[in-house]
Ligand binder design. Structure first.
Ligand SMILES: Nc1ncnc2c1ncn2[C@@H]1O[C@H](COP(=O)(O)OP(=O)(O)OP(=O)(O)O)[C@@H](O)[C@H]1O
Ligand SMILES: [Mg+2]
Length: 251
């Protein structure tokens, strides 16, 4: 079950530095939001405030009727971090089980989750025996294993080559159609964001602030041929323009 997220006047300062200026956004249940912007503009900070890992300096995050802290306690959130801590000797299936154990909730049979994620026959392999793409699917499977309402993903496909990245993006899009979740997804990859998201938050360079919210009004899951669609090309070009303009402003 997906949950709506409400971000109201949320900002964060670290010492003298403003990581993120006041941000407002109402996200519908099941919506996919991509966060794009230059390095250091506060994308991870925003994600971590929704996850209740960083406290906002001002404002409030709500997940459904819960505060971020309540949502965390209820294990409504699944997090795929920018730097996942993968123990090389840990087995794929144990990684999935671990999330369920922590959550105190078995959303799915761990072997079934891994099978559905295309990892059949790899369940008992250790992290160091898996390819980057497989490992990333294990990370996502673990984040989803207790069936969270919200998925927070910080550059989840960054370590993958272009082909693998498109493939896993298409797979993930279909996966979400089966199990709808509200998704906050950080990426530096504009085409990936346009392909996957309902809306893109485009950030300015540090001190970060949302300069524009760009909608992609095309139902998901999307056919790979959407990459050639004139709407796709126009939106990607618009976002690229925003980022280049904003980046050169800061220079
Ligand atoms: N725990 C922290 N203590 C101090 N400063 C921090 C902390 N976390 C983030 N910052 C600062 O806040 C700003 C935003 O950082 P953040 O990690 O949110 O950026 P980002 O948009 O995710 O960048 P990237 O694309 O490189 O991952 C940066 O200036 C960063 O140095
Ligand atoms: Mg980051």
């Amino acid at each position: 079950m997906a949950a709506p997220i409400s971000i109201r006047g949320v900002s964060r300062q670290f010492g003298e530095t403003w990581a993120l200026q006041s941000t407002d956004l109402e996200i519908a249940a099941g919506e996919f939001i991509a966060l794009v912007g230059p390095s250091g503009c506060g994308k991870t900070t925003l994600l971590r405030m929704v996850a209740d890992l960083v406290a906002p300096s001002t404002g409030e995050v709500r997940i459904g009727n819960d505060t971020a802290a309540e949502a965390r306690r209820k294990r409504l959130l699944g997090l795929v971090s920018q730097r996942p801590a993968v123990l090389p000797w840990k087995r794929a299936i144990d990684d999935v089980r671990f999330t369920q154990k922590i959550a105190g909730r078995v959303g799915f049979d761990p072997a079934k989750v891994l099978r559905e994620f295309g990892l059949e026959g790899h369940e008992h392999k250790r992290a160091r025996q898996l390819s980057g793409g497989m490992l990333q699917r294990v990370n996502i499977a673990s984040a989803m294993a207790h069936d969270p309402s919200v998925l927070l993903m910080d550059e989840p496909f960054a370590a993958l080559d272009e082909m693998k990245r498109e493939e896993i993006g298409e797979w993930f899009d279909r996966e979400l159609a089966l199990r709808p979740k509200t998704v906050l997804f950080v990426t530096h990859h504009i085409d990936e964001a346009v392909m996957l998201a309902d809306r893109l938050l485009v950030f300015s360079p540090s001190p970060g602030r949302v300069v524009e919210v760009v909608s992609v009004d095309v139902p998901r899951p999307r056919d790979p041929s959407f990459r050639q669609d004139p709407r796709f090309v126009a939106i990607a070009a618009h976002v690229r323009g925003l980022l280049m303009h904003k980046t050169s402003d800061a220079a």
